[in-house]
Design a protein around this ligand. Structure first.
Ligand SMILES: CC(C)(COP(=O)(O)OP(=O)(O)OC[C@H]1O[C@@H](n2cnc3c(N)ncnc32)[C@H](O)[C@@H]1OP(=O)(O)O)[C@@H](O)C(=O)NCCC(=O)NCCS
Length: 315
């Protein structure tokens, strides 16, 4: 068994592995592993760097993809991307024919080694709360809980029409210069232990043209303004690689009036609906759970909970 970095020839093996071992969230996302394979094949490896964005982290580049090979067959994947503070692990999949043989642990060991090599003292990942095998794996490896998140979905269709925004809130497209203020807003809301490991940076709010092309996606971002200052941010993304549209985790300053938040949400939702997405998904971290009643009132339904776990590396 070898754990090694992804090479371009691996695209078919990865697509096949993901098709045979779909994660629980794939049906909700409407993710099409064949389309993913097509992207990998065409993009000479750039595509996979952005795969993580497909699931939950639009806009954050992946630096490394690890695969497990057994007798020339690709049987496992893990994706690793680096923020300035941490290494983020995702896409951990082992083929069902070779589970309980230590392959996932071998990938976690490789991720730790890379974290050390690139001077990231902590590894972070998200796991669905019903995923007992994975939770046991991470617990055994020394991961500890940081925070919880809720995944919500809203269906579009004639039975669930969206109201119009009131027209009284100033909502405008996101501009590059908003990034710093929005990052400050979000960081102020986070519990200190989360801010230390997953702080927002001004660059997190934009999305590169490369990512858009690779994901074959269409993106729009807005801010709500009160007294000339941005007080809320949302980004909607639709991608040809999955059916569901993605709404960034709602970000609203602590004192934002509910009608302002509602107007921004309706603007982002109407855009996604106009792109013919059958539904939209969003993840809400614990520090934004005060938004849940508003999301409920707009037709969102809780679909999953997930735990964000961290692994602190010792030297
Ligand atoms: C979770 C997953 C990656 C584990 O892969 P694996 O190669 O079988 O894991 P390992 O053999 O390295 O297991 C290491 C330890 O994790 C725990 N573990 C793994 N699978 C488990 C299971 N089904 N039930 C209970 N404990 C389990 C055990 O403690 C195991 O050690 P042991 O076999 O000595 O008891 C694999 O089941 C998988 O691909 N699942 C579907 C995709 C997924 O859910 N990925 C996680 C996304 S966050």
């Amino acid at each position: 068994m070898t754990v090694r970095e992804y090479q371009r020839v691996d695209w078919a093996g990865v697509a096949d592995l993901w098709r045979r071992n779909p994660s629980k969230e794939f049906p909700l996302l409407g993710l099409d592993p064949d389309a993913v394979g097509g992207v990998l094949r065409k993009t000479e490896g750039i595509g996979i760097r952005f795969l993580l964005g497909l699931a939950r982290l639009f806009g954050r580049p992946i630096l490394l993809v690890l695969v497990v090979e057994v007798d020339g067959r690709l049987v496992g994947t893990s994706l690793l991307n680096f923020t300035p503070e941490a290494a983020y692990v995702s896409g951990v999949v082992v083929d069902r024919s070779v589970r309980r043989q230590g392959h996932a642990q071998a990938m976690l060991r490789a991720c730790d080694d890379l974290g050390r090599r690139y001077h990231r003292p902590v590894l972070v990942l998200d796991v669905l709360s019903q995923n007992d095998p994975a939770i046991r794996l991470y617990d055994r490896w020394g991961y500890q809980p940081l925070r919880d998140q809720i995944w919500l979905a809203r269906t579009f269709g004639p039975d669930t029409p969206l109201p119009l925004p009131s027209g009284e809130t100033r909502i405008r497209p996101y501009l590059h210069r908003d990034g710093a203020q929005l990052a400050e807003l979000d960081n102020a809301l986070m519990p200190p232990e989360v801010r230390k490991i997953l702080p927002r940076h001004r660059e997190d709010f934009g999305m590169s043209g490369v990512a858009r092309n690779v994901l074959q996606s269409d993106v729009a971002s807005w801010v709500a303004e009160v007294d000339g200052r941005p007080v809320g941010f949302l980004r909607s993304t639709v991608s040809r690689l999955m059916q569901a549209a993605n709404l960034s985790s709602p970000l609203f300053g602590a004192g934002v009036p509910q009608p302002v938040a509602r107007d921004l949400l309706l603007t982002a939702l109407r855009w996604a609906e106009s792109r013919r997405a059958p539904r939209v998904l969003t993840e809400v971290p614990e520090h934004e759970w005060r938004m849940c009643p508003l999301l409920d009132s707009l037709g969102f339904v809780e679909r999953f909970r997930s735990h964000t776990l961290i692994h602190r590396l010792t030297a």
